[in-house]
Write a protein that binds this ligand. Structure first.
Ligand SMILES: Cc1cc2nc3c(=O)[nH]c(=O)nc-3n(C[C@H](O)[C@H](O)[C@H](O)COP(=O)(O)O)c2cc1C
Length: 184
């Protein structure tokens, strides 16, 4: 869920501005319960994020959030995965020490028969040359997102329109297509 009310156990406003690469790590994985509480984290995710696996498990997934990320990205993510669809997005995540890393993320429901038991996610390296335009897009989205304290989803509309224009400008018909084309 778009986790209004979850307070991450770290100060997510503390950032260094320093970007780190994923190196040889192939996929950074995590799983959550249906509320977005981390139930599994790969060693690679722990290594890159600077948290230990034990520090990640049991925490809301916004423990990885970077303050530069627009709320709208997570709104779109939760809209899709709560409707049992997969979501592809580009995400800037904050490390424990305030550094950051860019990933191309797939998030999808975990089904057991007809029942959804949680969500799974894997993160890959995006093409480095694309990062400046995603950075610019996110900055613009944050500018036009409505009041953070409002629970009215209408506040996301201008930023969603901005994403749609970005997707179209890049010659794609959906955000998923565009994101998949951005894999290094
Ligand atoms: C499987 C899964 C993986 C997620 N991965 C991330 C992630 O890597 N970084 C992140 O900031 N949020 C991630 N989220 C979204 C968070 O749960 C949360 O919605 C987001 O950080 C915004 O939180 P906030 O509105 O409380 O600030 C993930 C959610 C799920 C279900």
């Amino acid at each position: 869920m778009l986790s209004f009310g979850y307070t991450p156990p770290v100060d997510i406003t503390k950032v260094t501005g320093k970007v780190i690469g994923l190196g040889s790590h192939r996929a950074l994985q995590s799983k959550t319960d249906c509320e977005g509480i981390i139930t599994h984290a790969s060693r690679s995710l722990a290594e890159i994020s600077g948290f230990t696996v034990d520090e990640l498990i049991g925490q809301p997934h916004n423990i990885l959030r970077h303050p530069d990320m627009p709320d709208t990205v997570y709104y779109l993510m939760w809209q899709e995965i709560q409707a049992d669809k997969e979501f592809f997005g580009v995400v800037k995540n904050r490390c424990k020490n305030g550094d950051h890393y860019w990933v191309l993320t797939r998030v999808a429901p975990i089904m057991q028969g007809d029942e959804k038991v949680g969500y799974t996610s894997a993160r890959f390296t995006p093409r480095a040359e694309l990062i400046p335009e995603w950075e610019e897009l996110f900055e613009k989205m944050r500018e036009i997102e409505g009041d953070r304290n409002s629970s009215d989803p209408a506040r996301f509309k201008p930023a969603i329109e901005e994403v749609n224009r970005f997707v179209k400008r890049h010659g794609h018909s959906s955000l998923s297509q565009l994101v998949l084309s951005a894999r290094a």
